[in-house]
Design a protein around this ligand. Structure first.
Ligand code: PGA
Ligand code: MG
Length: 218
């Protein structure tokens, strides 16, 4: 492969961490609070990378966006109380990060998850010393698909976007990378709904397994 990134930036949910079990539990706690039955885990899982609002839309389809908005802080609070309990790393992620560390390639996280919650997850996985930069959905005024969070991460690390690689599992990850002028990998192991087709997102590369990301490294 021709691209030789100096740093690798990762999306969090659906790319590094299979956080769906803990996020689905938080959504179902909000439902229980409203005397409603739980929503099927597989359905909630499909929209995890689309964010908390998407999970609430699936959970409360009869409410308007406006009516659902007050549920978001409740959902995030429940999630914050148990955010690295049932979450696991996707297959090959541990080895991928170890390979980056071994090669001296810095890596970081650019997620739409609020920064404080993302920090809790990364600390839960013991990455505090290893993760070179963390940009969350509320770190800046804008978030993915806006390129600003990726550009901010590059600024923190002192590299140009063209010398980084972004790995994400959602269309907005690819859109953000393209707008930032950063090569990107669409992670096929992440979350998606039936109509989503990552092969049509025009990512520079696609990877079916985390180990394939190594093919794009020196
Ligand atoms: O919380 C979200 O909006 C999804 O998080 P992600 O950007 O790490 O996939
Ligand atoms: Mg994601």
């Amino acid at each position: 492969m021709s691209h030789r990134p100096a740093v690798v930036l990762f999306d969090l949910d659906g790319t590094l961490v299979d956080s769906a079990p803990d996020l689905a539990q938080a959504a179902n706690r909000v439902l229980a609070d409203h005397g409603r039955p739980p929503v099927a885990y597989e359905r909630l899982r499909q929209v995890v990378s689309k964010g908390g609002r998407a999970m609430l839309a699936v959970s409360f389809p009869d409410l308007s966006d406006e009516q659902r908005e007050p549920l978001l802080p409740v959902f995030l609070r429940f999630y914050g109380e148990a955010l690295a309990v049932h979450s696991t790393l996707f297959d090959g992620v541990d080895a991928l990060l170890a390979a980056l560390d071994a090669r001296g390639i810095r890596w970081g996280i650019v997620t739409n998850k609020p920064e404080g919650l993302a920090r809790g997850v990364l600390e839960g996985f013991g990455w505090r010393q290893r993760c070179a930069v963390l940009v969350g959905g509320d770190t800046l005024p804008t978030r993915k698909p806006d390129p600003a969070p990726l550009l901010h991460a590059c600024g923190q690390l002192g590299v140009s976007p063209g010398d980084a690689l972004y790995v994400g599992d959602d269309l907005r990850d690819v859109q953000a990378a393209k707008a930032a002028g950063m090569p990107c990998v669409a992670a096929l192991w992440g979350y998606r709904e039936d109509g989503d087709d990552p092969l049509r997102w025009q990512a520079d590369f696609v990877a079916a397994h985390a180990s394939e990301v190594l093919e794009h490294l020196p």
